[in-house]
Design a protein around this ligand. Structure first.
Ligand SMILES: [Mg+2]
Length: 122
């Protein structure tokens, strides 16, 4: 399965590569990393349509397009893609995320074990 991770903090890519090493080696999961909402939208539009990305995990606090705006855009352009939000500020954004159709909501620091179970469950 293809999973797109969107976060302006580049360290996040390293964390995913560490925690999902086995799944990546076994080709159970393929990750695509984007460092902004604008980048993520552009990449999705450049893929063959509909994109094979099944899940987007997006940070909320990002310069430019934030995660809630990305969520709205993806749900409009690619309604089949699940979008889960990741933030360190859960109280502030939970309602907005749910209102705009977020499929899941995770808080930082990420519990990778729980996240992995959720992703592999599909
Ligand atoms: Mg951020």
């Amino acid at each position: 399965m293809k999973v797109m991770v969107v976060d302006d903090e580049k360290d996040v890519e390293l964390l995913f590569r560490q925690y999902f090493r086995k799944e990546m080696q076994q080709e159970m999961i393929e990750f695509i990393f984007s460092f902004s909402g604008e980048d993520a939208i552009q990449s999705l539009h450049q893929m063959k349509q509909p994109p094979e990305v099944m899940v987007i995990l997006s940070d909320i606090n990002m310069p430019g397009m934030n995660g809630i705006e990305l969520l709205q855009q993806v749900k409009k352009d690619f309604p089949a893609i699940k979008v889960s939000m990741i933030t360190a500020y859960s109280n502030q954004y939970y309602d907005a995320a749910m209102e705009h159709g977020a499929d899941d909501f995770y808080t930082k620091p990420l519990d990778f074990r729980a996240l992995k179970q959720q992703i592999l469950k599909g």
